[in-house]
Write a new protein. Sequence first.
Length: 421
Amino acid sequence: MKMPKLIGPIFQTLTLDKLPIKGALKDDQLEIIEKAGILIEDGKIFKVGNWEKLRKEFPKAEIFELTGEFVAIPGLVDCHTHGCFGGSRAKDFAMRNAGKTYLEIAEAGGGIWDTVSETRKHTIEELATITAKHANRHLSDGVTTIEVKSGYGLSVNEELKILRAIHAAKKYTSAELIPTCLAAHTKPKDFSGSNIDYLKLISEELFPILKDERLCNRIDAFVEKSAFSPEEINPYFQKAKDLGFDLTVHADQFSVGGSKVAVAFGARSADHLEASGKKEISLLAQSDCISVALPGASIGLGNGFSPARELLDQGAALAIASDWNPGSAPMGDLLTQVAVLATFEKLSTAEVFAGITFRAAAALGLSDRGKLVTGALADLILFPTSDYREILYHQGKMKPVEVWKLGSKDVLTSDQNYQKG
């Protein structure tokens, strides 16, 4: 057993303890421990409490004594990204801003097929390097757990390449990467059969390999008029469910139908939801499916935001993720995006922090992170402020000065922030 580590004193520590998984939250529900210490043992949080008392109680702990005023919150969880890809879609962005439609952009050689073509050109090692670069930038922003989807291969072999690259990227980052298979992103242009034929091929040939190689335990699909209909995706999801995969759905982005599929199949999450109406919101609120807002896509496409306020008020569980991808959400800055969403949807700071920590973890089927409590993973981040409200107030410009993953400090922007005792 390694010597325990004690970090502090921390001016404000937001544990996020005792907050429910579903429904609206007020800031006065936040548990805030002042002048706190966080004791870490074997990569997990052993105790959170008064700094001076912990120093006396654990005199043999390795001390990381902070100088200055800091706020600690759990490490962030980004439960929806497309971080493994090749190429750029800057041309698409410029064309879209100039008034071109999705179809016009696709006809000019842009769109998702452009990214598929570029991604297919890369080797596993090249894609692993790209993915790790994205993950490490996210990690420096405080995101310690990152979901990463495939979906830019769109064939059995190319999807395998991407998922193997995501696993290979783990060698180059301390962030935890959670892989998801999104082979059902759209039917590839070079596949001559129908949507149903393509989905049948993927489910019969790819799914067993994913299990055999333990490449992922999550299956995603884009349920949309431009991708796959509910009727087409139902057998695909049933096959995935029968094999023991967790499910998640790109749902209700431009038209409704996907959220109903997500609830019917007991999916972990329904992501996007910009088109969700009262019927869909009520359905999600009455289920255990996590609703995931993706403000990065709304910003990138110039569309309205997910109805986050109404989802919470109806009792849904709301997570917020970046949707980092080269097409619709190239920003990849989770804190900036959630601050913007909070402004437009009138979300409390408690709702935002819950949405990018333990509620986002729940969307990935994880219950061991997202709160600073005994037994949780020692994933935490420190901000250079004495008031937790400053974090969102600066709309993404305030970044963490320390990022701890599994009890190890990964990012330290200033050697003056602490004294090692």
